[in-house]
Ligand binder design. Structure first.
Ligand SMILES: O=P(O)(O)O[C@@H]1C[C@H](O)[C@@H](CO)O1
Length: 335
């Protein structure tokens, strides 16, 4: 969302004009403007996109879902978003129907390597699922609402639970590359600084204006995943922690990593939080899991540069373990 500072001139007849040099910059509205004008008028005058927009309307979301339904007979109960390098989970889906995002009118398309851009419908662990092989990220230039609108679309397709997976950098010094972290909580750093995914007009048919975000991540699913992971022999690589979302696409500096750790985060990534918030907002049960693909530098002497290639490589190496965990979780969870 853009914010603008503009100067307006209001003459004695109440006629209002905007100087030619009025330009959108990051900032806040000047108070005198707010008192004289409706917010919407300022937006129109400044030539900015509709600031009250929170994205596709309820009806648009329903109609995107209807279009998707015409491509498959599967009625999914669980939605799964695959993180960087984790899309091969789709290979475990049987009886599958695959639809490219680009085939679906208005469905946002991902541009990031390791994010194929396909919806895969089918059975996983015997349950009907829809899997997003590839997600949309804020740093690709999408507004925040668009990053998470696939979750609303999956809800309109009939899911009741969403599983969010991601690749993340480890901040907790006890973590190691290749660890699997069950997300117990998150820090919405963009949200705390004014870019919450739910900013804009609220349609109560999606969810309430002021949703609570305590207990975003379903406790019973966390417990079940922990039990399954231990049975699978993953105890040594299993973690449970707090994920912080940053806007990206830069990987963190040493000072940023230290700051995020001070905030209480165990892992950092560039996704998941808007999806989790939108999912809870519309009443979905949420489970989140991070694969620690690199350790964030917290010491200048040992800092080395993280690359996306490294992230994908670790994703590939741990893919099978994550696939087993997610498949068993889907199989054993109650609907
Ligand atoms: O989609 P996720 O969150 O798994 O992707 C992570 C964050 C960046 O998109 C990318 C960095 O390598 O991986």
């Amino acid at each position: 969302m853009h914010k603008v500072v503009i100067n307006v001139i209001i003459d004695f007849d109440g006629i209002l004009s905007v100087p030619n040099d009025a330009m959108p910059i990051s900032g806040v509205y000047k108070q005198p403007v707010i008192t004289k004008l409706k917010r919407r008028e300022i937006v129109v005058m400044a030539g900015i996109d509709d600031m009250s927009s929170s994205g596709y309307s309820f009806d648009e979301v329903q109609s995107i879902a209807e279009n998707i339904k015409s491509h498959t007979k599967i009625q999914p109960k669980i939605g799964i978003v695959c993180g960087s390098g984790l899309g091969d989970l789709a290979n475990h889906v049987t009886n599958s129907d695959t639809i490219c995002y680009s085939q679906i009118p208005k469905f946002p398309v991902s541009t990031v390597p390791g994010h194929d851009g396909k919806l895969v419908f089918g059975l996983l662990g015997g349950k009907p699922v829809v899997l997003m092989r590839g997600r949309i990220h804020y740093y690709e230039g999408h507004p925040m609402w668009r990053v998470a609108v696939p979750v609303r679309i999956m809800k309109a397709l009939g899911i009741t639970t969403v599983i969010l997976t991601n690749a993340a950098g480890g901040l907790n010094p006890e973590y190691k590359t290749g660890d699997i972290m069950i997300i117990k909580d998150h820090i919405d750093l963009p949200g705390l600084t004014g870019e919450c995914v739910l900013i804009g007009k609220n349609d109560e048919r999606f969810g309430p204006r002021f949703p609570a975000t305590v207990n975003t991540y379903d406790q019973s699913l966390q417990d079940l995943a922990k039990t399954i992971a231990e049975k699978l022999g993953y105890a040594k690589i299993l973690r449970q922690g707090t994920y912080v979302m940053v806007g990206g696409p830069t990987f963190e500096t040493v000072a940023e990593s230290r700051l995020l750790r001070l905030f209480g985060a165990d892992a950092v990534g560039m996704s998941t939080v808007p999806e989790a918030i939108v999912a809870r907002h519309c009443g979905l049960r949420v489970f989140g899991i991070s694969l620690i693909t690199d350790m964030c530098p917290q010491d200048y002497n040992v800092s080395r540069a993280t690359t996306h290639e490294e992230v994908l490589l670790v994703g590939e190496r741990r893919a099978k373990d994550l696939q087993k965990l997610v498949t068993s979780l889907v199989e054993q969870m109650n609907d």
